[in-house]
Write a protein that binds this ligand. Structure first.
Ligand code: C2E
Ligand code: MG
Ligand code: MG
Length: 716
């Protein structure tokens, strides 16, 4: 994210929430903390709770034992003591041990059982402060005393306590022992040894206590706690691991999805090679920035620089496209080094860049920056295998308003810089206003004409050099100027390319030309010009040029071999591999490929043999030079002929205006001729006459006794 000049700005702009490793911990961290707190709480409180539960269980068991003893005593009283007393056979006594005629009194019965349980883990005591005979040694301890006193007020209370006795924890539970029924009361009141004789039902006569060693209960509870804590901790650990793994997997997949999204977004907004903004993104970001400045009450002036590398095509042609790509990348790097972080840079053409300075725009600084850019570009570039010296021209516009207007003005200034001899910066000035208006008007005319389908095609004859018979026509676009004339293609095609309209217009020309040609005799071909921008990465829209041509052929029913497609070498300025693929695709459709304007600039001989061209079209500048009988021109044409024959390509000469040129070119081996000598571009309505004239010329040749006619020349 340290890249600058629009790139960082662009990356920061849609700043979306991103999945990072820290994101995982933000989600999983709190959950782990919660789980850890839960495990800690279990670890702290579970042993206590388990011990409390164990003591509670022991407490209830003690009460049960006491109740059971009471029930047993009741049963003994009712079914043993009462029956023996009634029968007079046995005598209930507190001292029954050595007396064969005595059985234990009910209370003695309980005392005896208590004595038997004395050494057991669960023992029993029946104590009372009353001076019962034979129990004088049974004094109450503090716990029993407290229980007795409590029962005096609340006989239904249960008193309990844990104590350590002989190194062991013991649970003591006491309940009141009361007079339960009439028989019980009567017996006690009648007994001479009873400490009282006024007993009533419900009177508390003793404390019944069950005492239990609870050490084993507590040990079992501790063991259970440990096992539960272990299970909980293991489960928690597993859950944490599982959650972390799931969260990381989700984060990874979200991250990679976001990466793809961001990459797609980046490619949609940037030039993939240099990382500079593409045209539409540049325009929209700059529009936003201007609007923002206006809203914030700041000066909304921006400085817009249109930078064009001078003669970039020569670099591509001489050193190949790899070097061209390296140069473009190096140019962008050098521009970025010169700019501020908040400046924006966009690539709007093969070798054209726009730069916007948004804040603190000052005329003197702007001019200084433009000149610095020109100076920077003139310094040598060290590429992988070459050291290159190029130059750049810069057009500058300071102002505000529509970004497209600013760019247009900077472009006008750039053309002034080019016309003044390149390698310089020109600031847009008021005297360029008319030009700007004209340019704006031209753009509007192009848009309106395309929208209203008012473009026209004119057709210029192409002749076979040998017999001067009609070979076909080249379709040439015409933009009506609204006053009965036409704006020449040389003026509007470049503008249509710059405003992104050439795809639409070119597709229309192709469709229309095919429709018209489909009505001609079968031996006539139609040649259609294609802009480089209709090829890969151009303005053809979603459909490739191959699709568009295939559709035009299919719709018109024109045989593919009757369609010739003319492209100039500049088609190879960008994405060569893709362009070559598309050229091969067009060839595979069965069309003929023509390399137009051959010989202008540096013809890339290194590429020529790799490309699927069937025909070269010698540029009219060479043909014009022939008229002046220039020996070098003659040599060049001769060389082109030799080259094309070596590559099995046919040759067409365009711009033939004199019979002398036609004769020379024919002698040199040129297969086709095109030029004002044979016919100017004419509207569709004139074509039947031209075709008829050619037919009649053919007839004349077939009937030699009649006066021969020199092909179409007489009709032109
Ligand atoms: P081009 O394809 O090289 O077309 C030949 C140009 O030379 C035409 O100019 C034609 O009128 C002109 N010409 C033909 N014979 C003579 C002659 O004897 N003397 C002179 N001085 N000129 C002659 P035009 O129609 O103005 O077209 C200019 C260029 O505009 C074309 O050059 C072509 O590059 C482009 N163009 C025309 N139509 C289209 C189109 O539909 N699509 C695209 N992309 N470009 C087109
Ligand atoms: Mg052409
Ligand atoms: Mg040409």
């Amino acid at each position: 994210m340290t890249t600058q000049n629009g790139l960082s700005r662009e990356r920061a702009a849609p700043r979306q929430w991103l999945w990072r490793p820290s994101t995982v911990w933000h989600l999983v961290g709190p959950m782990i903390a919660l789980i850890a707190i839960g495990v800690g709480a279990v670890w702290l409180y579970l042993p206590q709770a388990m011990q409390a539960a164990a003591i509670d269980a022991a407490y209830r068991s003690n009460i049960d034992v006491a109740e059971q003893i009471k029930i047993t005593r009741g049963y003994y009283t009712q079914h043993v003591v009462a029956k023996a007393t009634a029968a007079g056979t046995l005598n209930p006594s507190a001292i029954h041990a050595g007396d064969p005629g005595a059985i234990p009194l009910p209370a003695t019965f309980v005392q005896d059982i208590s004595n038997l349980l004395a050494q057991k883990a669960t023992s029993l005591a029946l104590v009372s402060p009353y001076p019962w005979p034979h129990r004088a040694n049974r004094t109450m301890d503090a716990f029993q005393q407290r229980a007795w006193e409590t029962f005096q007020q609340e006989p239904d209370r249960i008193i309990s306590a844990t104590e350590v006795q002989n190194g062991q924890r013991v649970l003591r539970v006491a309940i009141s022992d009361r007079m339960t029924n009439e028989a019980c009361v009567a017996c006690h009141n009648a007994d001479a040894y009873s400490p009282r004789h006024d007993w009533a039902i419900g009177d508390v006569r003793a404390v019944m206590e069950v005492r239990r060693v609870i050490e084993p209960y507590l040990a079992a509870a501790d063991g259970r706690s440990r096992r539960i804590i272990l299970a909980v901790a293991c489960t928690a650990l597993l859950v944490i691991l599982l959650m972390t793994a799931i969260a990381m997997a989700v984060a990874r997949s979200m991250r990679s999805k976001q990466d793809v999204d961001r990459h797609v977004l980046f490619l949609a907004h940037h030039d993939a090679m240099t990382g500079a903004l593409n045209r539409s993104r540049f325009v929209s970001l700059l529009t936003d920035a201007i609007a923002h400045s206006k809203k914030a009450g700041r000066c909304a002036d921006v400085a817009l620089f249109y930078v064009d590398i001078d003669r970039f095509k020569e670099v591509n042609d001489r050193l190949g496209h790899a070097a061209g790509d390296q140069l473009i990348t190096a140019v962008v790097t050098r521009l970025r080094d010169r700019l501020r972080d908040d400046d924006m840079i966009g690539r709007v053409g093969g070798d054209e860049f726009v730069i916007a300075r948004i804040r603190d725009v000052d005329a003197a600084d702007t001019v200084a920056l433009a000149e610095a850019i020109v100076a920077d570009m003139a310094k040598p570039f060290l590429l992988a295998r070459h050291t290159l010296t190029v130059s750049a021209s810069v057009g500058v516009r300071i102002g505000t308003g529509e970004v497209e207007d600013l760019m247009r003005a900077a472009d006008v200034a750039l053309y002034h810089a080019k016309n003044l001899g390149r390698s310089r910066a020109v600031l847009f000035s008021e005297d360029m206003q008319d030009e700007l208006e004209a340019r704006r008007h031209l753009e509007k005319t192009i848009r309106d004409t395309s929208r209203d389908c008012r473009f026209e095609l004119h057709f210029q004859p192409l002749l076979s050099a040998g017999d001067r018979r009609l070979h076909g026509f080249e379709a040439l676009l015409r933009l009506p100027d609204g006053r009965g004339g036409y704006i020449p293609p040389a003026q509007f095609i470049r503008v249509a390319e710059e405003i992104g309209m050439i795809g639409t217009i070119g597709a229309w020309a192709l469709h229309h030309a095919c429709m018209v040609a489909a009505r001609w005799p079968d031996h006539l071909i139609i040649a259609v010009n294609l802009s480089p921008l209709q090829f890969a990465s151009g303005q053809g829209g979603d459909a490739s040029i191959v699709d568009i041509v295939a559709e035009a052929l299919a719709r018109s029913g024109l045989a593919p071999h009757r369609l010739e497609l003319e492209v100039t070498e500049s088609v190879l300025l960008e994405s060569t591999e893709v362009v070559i693929g598309e050229l091969n695709g067009l060839k595979a459709l069965g069309t003929t490929l023509v390399l137009d304007d051959f010989g202008t600039g540096y013809s890339s001989l290194s590429y020529l043999w790799k490309l699927p061209f069937d025909r070269l079209k010698i540029d009219q500048s060479f043909v014009a030079a022939l008229r002046e009988e220039s020996r070098p021109a003659l040599q060049v044409v001769r060389t082109i002929m030799a080259l094309s024959h070596a590559l099995s390509m046919q040759v067409t000469a365009e711009g033939v205006e004199t019979e002398e040129q036609a004769r020379l070119l024919t002698e040199l081996g040129c297969g086709q001729l095109q030029g004002y000598l044979f016919g100017r571009p004419s509207p569709e309505a004139d074509l039947p006459g031209l075709v008829l004239a050619d037919f009649e010329a053919g007839q004349a040749v077939a009937r030699p006794r009649k006066a021969a006619r020199p092909g179409l020349a007489v009709l032109a």
